[in-house]
Each structure stands twice: as structure tokens, then as C-alpha cells.
Design a protein. Structure first.
Length: 445
């Protein structure tokens, strides 16, 4: 007795059930029927999927050798009425462009062997680049202005030129710099000096003082700092001085070391003690804390230059103690600790990460952990998180980011409270810890 023939309906049912279960089309090896059984009813696997109204796999094709590939290219050429590109293979066929790259070495080689492209028509990398630069110049003449990135990319697609990103990559220049080099103008620099000065004066009147360089942005109705510097060919401070305006805020890049030291000393006399970081940053009459660090290396070195007794100043302030006598590395840290104490919030200070994370090998510690309504919260104060290019700050940020990442991986991120210096400026402690519900919770040391 011969074997019972497998029914077409059985194969279709098997394939359809797989799709319902896995939400994708199966591969041949994933169903119980053999290739012979499938071939009995369908020429290709994709023909079966199409009959089942299921998505097809582009890698499933009948291309075996170069001749098969050439025939597909010619068929596509007639269908599209143009020389196809590699993306057209992905868009309009079941094949994959990578198959052509592997068989022919490149898409251009495939077109050459198909007789659709002459070898002499293939451009070198430098020729592509030269044509694209000429195309940019031509487009600027057509538009009678410097093209925007959108205008150039559209023209590049239509004219078969390098797109903007490829042009930037090859020339190792930003688009506006490319325009400045080859067109002698760019969208960024089109405003006149008079227009820029008008914008700046409007902002000055609005603020009631000379704007800071960091305030030069579109949100404030003015052009960016780079535009001012390139148009006037001078630094922002030099521009401010040339206008007879007073330097304000932390714009002190033109001051020499002696002037910066004098400013620091006067603030010391005014406070009657060494300034903390927040004293320096909040006082608009002297340079920023970062400026002092970048110029002198540390506040300790500033004190040595001024013959002032240096009390150990850490990342965000002076070593101090909370109301329970526990050491705090900064004034803000002391204030946060005292908030927990004053509000009788159950907490531990300097809690080891080894007791929080399973695979913790370092000696890292969490600033505080809180116990609220039978839930645990992890509190970190990143007091040295500031805008600075100094190695000290960058290393601090890396360690802080690693803490955040590790807590996220452990699935604890929703139980975390991360506090940054700007939070203490803009929010009260009650705002930051608004989730706390004081239900007669006893203090734990």
C-alpha cells in the first residue's frame, strides 16, 4: 500500500496556525511537512505564503547564479522603465540586494553584466564628490541663495549626487561650513550686523542687563553665539566691550588671573568665610565656579595664591555634619539629611550598594534609603553634576550615570529619587519629596 498523499489544505492549515501562534510567517523548516510536499503544490515557499495571505520573506527566492540575477534585473528594468537601483530590489522583488552584492561584488557590477551600465560611466569616489560640490554651486545659482539642507537633499536625489550627510562625511565639514567654503555664504550667516545688533539690544532691554552668551538662542529671539562671533569676527566679550556695554554675569574669559583672584578675595571678605560653590555661582559679580576650576585647577590652589586658610571643600561645598552628627560632604547634603530628621522620615545614610544590587563588587554607597509605607526608596544627590569640561566633573558624571544605569537594570528605577543642584534651586524639599507620607514612622539611624 502506498503512502497517503499529504493534502494541500493540511499544509495551509499548518502554516496559518503557525502565523496565528507566532504572529509571523513560518520558514519551511518550522513546519512538519517536507520540501517535497510543499513543492508538489507550489513552485516556491513564497507562493505558499501568498496563497495563505501571509507576509513573504524577501530572502526566499529562486536566484541561484548570476544569470538568474541578471534576468531579474532586466525584468525589473522593463517593469520600472528605468535602470533599477539596489533599493528597488528590496522594494519590488522577493530577493535581497545583499545577494547581488555577494554575487557581483557591487550593484554597479551587476548592472554592467546586465548590459545596463557602461564601465566607463562608473564614477570614482572623488568624481562623486566633485559632481556633488558642482551640484551645490549650481543649485545656489538656480535659487539665487544658499540652499537649505532640505533643498540640497531633494536636488541631490534628483541629480544622483551625494546627499548632505555623505557630503559632510567626505569633506569632514558641517553643511554650513561647506557652504561658506564653496558658496562664500551660508544660511547661518545671512543676517546683517545691524540686524544682529538690533536683536541683541532688544534682549538687553528685556533683561535689563547685558545678555550672557548662553542666553543667545532662538528662544530669546536672538541668533546663536556662533553667528555673532563669525559675523563680527570677535569673541562675544570683545563685542560687548566694543559696544560700551558692561560685562555681566559670568562672562569673565577676558579677565586675567589677578583680576579673578581679586574677585574671589572680595567675596571672601564679604562673606567672612571661604565661599562655597553655590556662593560663587550665585554671585553675578564674579566668574563661575567652573571658570575658577578651569583656570586654577582647584579652589585650594586659589586659596594658596591668596594666602587664605583652606578648609577642605569637596564637590559641592564644605565638610559638615547633620543634626545627628553624621558627616556630610556638602551643605546641600546636610540640608537633605536634616529634612529627613526634622520630618521623622525613616532612613539610612550611606547605604552600601552591595546590599541593594546582586552582583555589586565595588564599595559604592547610596546617599540615603527611605522607608515609606512599607516601600523602599533610594535617594542620590549628584552635587557635582554641572556643565564643565574638566576631567574631575566628567569622571564624576560617568560614575553617577553608571549608578543610574545599574539601578535601572535591577528594576529599581521607579523607587529612585535623583536630585541635582538645579532641583535644589528650583524646588523646595517638600516638592522633591512630595511622595512622602509621614504616618508616625520612627526614625532609624
Amino acid at each position: 500500500m502506498g503512502r497517503k498523499r499529504i493534502l494541500k489544505e493540511d499544509i495551509i492549515k499548518e502554516v496559518s496556525n503557525f502565523y496565528e501562534l507566532h504572529k509571523r510567517s513560518p520558514y519551511l523548516k518550522e513546519i512538519k511537512y517536507s520540501q517535497t510536499a510543499v513543492k508538489y503544490y507550489w513552485n516556491t515557499w513564497n507562493d505558499l505564503l501568498l496563497e495563505c495571505n501571509l507576509p513573504i520573506y524577501k530572502n526566499n527566492h529562486n536566484l541561484k547564479n548570476k544569470n538568474d540575477g541578471i534576468n531579474l534585473i532586466l525584468k525589473l528594468y522593463k517593469q520600472l522603465n528605468k535602470i533599477p537601483n539596489a533599493l528597488d530590489i528590496d522594494r519590488y522583488t522577493n530577493a535581497n540586494r545583499n545577494w547581488f552584492l555577494n554575487k557581483f561584488g557591487s550593484w554597479d557590477n551587476a548592472l554592467i553584466e546586465a548590459g545596463l551600465l557602461d564601465k566607463k560611466d562608473i564614477l570614482t569616489k572623488q568624481e562623486w564628490l566633485n559632481n556633488s560640490i558642482c551640484g551645490l554651486i549650481k543649485l545656489s545659482k538656480i535659487l539665487n541663495k544658499c540652499p537649505t539642507t532640505i533643498e540640497y537633499d531633494k536636488y541631490a536625489r534628483e541629480s544622483k549626487l551625494l546627499n548632505r550627510k555623505a557630503l559632510e562625511s567626505n569633506l569632514k565639514l558641517k553643511y554650513n561650513d561647506i557652504c561658506m567654503k564653496y558658496l562664500k555664504e551660508a544660511n547661518l550667516y545671512q543676517k546683517t550686523k545691524e540686524q544682529l545688533l538690533f536683536e541683541l539690544e532688544q534682549l538687553k532691554n528685556k533683561l535689563g542687563r547685558t545678555p550672557l552668551s548662553i542666553e543667545l538662542k532662538s528662544d530669546n529671539g536672538v541668533s546663536c553665539l556662533e553667528q555673532y562671533m563669525n559675523t563680527f569676527n570677535m569673541t562675544y566679550n570683545q563685542l560687548v566691550k566694543s559696544l560700551g556695554w558692561q560685562l555681566s554675569g559670568h562672562e569673565f574669559s577676558l579677565k586675567n588671573d589677578i583680576e579673578l583672584l581679586n574677585d574671589f578675595y572680595f567675596l571672601y571678605l564679604k562673606l567672612g568665610r571661604l565661599p562655597y560653590v553655590r556662593d560663587i555661582d550665585n554671585d553675578k559679580s564674579i566668574a563661575s565656579y567652573n571658570c575658577y576650576i578651569d583656570r586654577f585647577g582647584s579652589i585650594e590652589k586659589v586659596c594658596n595664591r591668596l594666602n587664605l586658610k583652606y578648609n577642605k571643600i569637596t564637590y559641592a561645598g564644605k565638610i559638615c555634619y547633620d543634626k545627628l552628627g553624621r558627616k556630610c560632604k556638602s551643605i546641600p547634603e546636610k540640608d537633605i539629611s536634616n529634612y529627613f530628621i526634622d520630618n521623622i522620615i525613616k532612613h539610612h545614610k550611606e547605604y552600601y550598594y552591595a546590599d541593594i544590587l546582586n552582583n555589586e563588587k565595588d564599595n559604592r554607597r547610596c546617599d540615603w534609603i527611605l522607608f515609606i509605607d512599607n516601600r523602599i526608596f533610594y535617594v542620590e544627590y549628584f552635587g557635582f553634576w554641572r556643565n564643565s569640561k574638566s576631567n574631575i566633573v566628567n569622571n564624576y558624571k560617568k560614575k553617577a550615570k553608571k549608578k543610574i544605569k545599574d539601578l535601572y537594570k535591577a528594576g529599581l528605577i521607579e523607587q529612585c529619587v535623583f536630585i541635582f543642584p538645579k532641583d535644589l534651586k528650583n524646588k523646595s524639599m517638600n516638592d522633591i519629596f512630595s511622595f512622602v507620607k509621614n504616618n508616625n514612622i520612627k526614625l532609624v539611624i
